[in-house]
Design a protein. Structure first.
Lengths: 139, 308
């Protein structure tokens, strides 16, 4: 296998995470893609999703992304989203509460684009938190 | 005697109280500036990555409504970034002055100007002169959030995409204050829309070199396709520009506030010293007068005694 890739996850107001990885899984508008070292250059639009990064020591880093882009160039992968959160930073209850609250607003029919975005983000956070929790129980 | 001792002391006490306030404000601004600076720096990775992505797509030469230039613009929007509160030296008035010059220049070119203002100072200034504002935001100039930037940018993009005949605009300019250093802040005019893709604002030469190395030689795949990628990228790009201007303006505002409050504190110190000196003189004069009165009185008594 080629060398590990340099990966950075960037939100509008901060650098969320940077490090090495051997696999990046994100969901583009066309479907899930996995990016391995030596991937051809790509610039793809993402839908709100859970991004998984496998680090060289086999651990998983999970991020909730609110759409955005993935840019692969050279051996460098950049995930760019207006809002991005590392799953370790999210409390599950808070995300769940957000989901039900936002779903109610959207059901009333006058949700802004931003609120829809936030719902996706919260859903992704719930998923991300469950994934890490599941991995922990597995040990 | 120029002023009574009591009056001088009263005046000195009041200046001392004012000095305490200005010193406290100076310290507050100084601590907030660190936070504002950190926020501006934390936003840099996103900005440079976004610029790189835009440059990458722009290299494949796609036309987009947000980049299309109009030959003779008929209406332009001017977005002015000012502060919500005063006591920041000439910060707001400098920005207002530059925006008025820009407005004048655009009018001479036969362009109608639609003003948008961020910050109470600018809103108050234009409203007092009966200028009708197309949009205003306040309460965000100290600590702007990305949501605020999104709100402003979306309003502007919508206005830009509207046809001129229906009240839309051909061009959008921003007047913000750039923080060159803690001592120098200068108001600047930047055109936000249509986007000039060549311009790589906030980019260091090292970054530009990185684009050349990693970007230009490579043949990129776009998903789903170059047009839709560019579409989403550009609206993020506009939001990011506004976000950048908000952060810079906030840092500049705090820097000029700190400077203004520092000179106010220094001036108060000088005033206190002068008043103290005057008060001492007045006290001395009072004592001297009392002594001469006593001596004079004693002399007069002695004269009386001699005559008897």
């Amino acid at each position: 296998m080629a060398d590990a890739m340099r990966i950075d996850v960037v939100a509008a107001n901060r650098l969320v995470w940077e490090g090495d990885g051997v696999n990046v899984i994100v969901r583009t508008t066309e479907g899930d893609i996995g990016i391995l070292p030596g991937h051809e250059p790509v610039l793809a639009a993402l839908v709100p999703c859970v991004a998984t990064i496998v680090t060289p020591d086999g651990k998983q880093e999970v991020f909730a992304l609110d759409g955005g882009f993935v840019l692969v160039a050279g051996n460098r992968v950049s995930l760019l989203a207006q809002y991005a959160t590392r799953s370790a930073e999210v409390s599950l209850e808070e995300a769940r509460k957000n989901v039900s609250e936002l779903e109610r607003i959207i059901d009333t029919g006058d949700a802004t684009v931003d609120q829809v975005h936030r719902l996706h983000l919260a859903q992704a956070q719930v998923k991300a938190a469950q994934m890490t929790a599941g991995a922990d129980y597995g040990h | 005697m120029p002023a009574s001792l009591r009056e001088l002391r009263q005046r000195r006490n009041s200046v001392t109280a004012t000095q305490k306030i200005t010193r406290a404000m100076e310290l507050i601004a100084a601590s907030r500036i660190i936070k504002a600076d950190r926020a501006a720096r934390a936003a840099l990775p996103y900005t440079s990555l976004l610029n790189r992505a835009v440059a990458t797509v722009a290299g494949s030469a796609v036309d987009h409504p947000l980049t299309t230039e109009v030959d003779s613009p008929r209406r332009a929007a001017v977005v002015l970034f000012t502060s919500d509160r005063g006591l920041a030296g000439a910060y707001s008035s400098n920005a207002i002055k530059v925006s008025l010059q820009l407005t004048e220049r655009l009018r001479q070119q036969g362009c109608e100007v639609v003003p948008y203002v961020v910050g109470n100072k600018g809103i108050g200034y234009l409203k007092f002169r009966k200028v009708e504002l197309a949009g205003q935001w306040h309460g965000i100039s100290d600590t702007p959030t990305y949501e605020d930037a999104t709100d402003i940018a979306d309003t502007l993009v919508q206005k830009f995409l509207t046809d001129v005949a229906d009240g839309g605009v051909d061009e959008i300019y921003c007047v913000y204050t750039r923080m060159k250093s803690m001592l120098v802040q200068e108001p600047r005019v930047r055109r936000v829309l249509p986007i000039e893709v060549v311009e790589e604002g906030g980019n260091t030469p090292a970054n530009a070199a990185a684009i050349d190395q990693e970007g230009s030689g490579l043949q990129f795949d776009f998903e789903p396709d170059a047009e839709s990628v560019l579409d989403t990228l550009l609206s993020l790009y506009v939001r990011n520009r506004i976000w950048f201007y908000l952060l810079e303006s906030a840092a500049s505002q705090l820097a000029s506030q700190q400077r203004a409050m520092k000179s106010a504190t220094d001036n108060a110190q000088q005033l206190i010293e002068r008043l103290t000196r005057e008060a001492n003189q007045a006290r001395q004069a009072e004592i001297t007068q009392e002594i001469s009165e006593i001596v004079g009185g004693a002399g007069a008594l002695a004269d009386l005694a001699k005559e008897e």
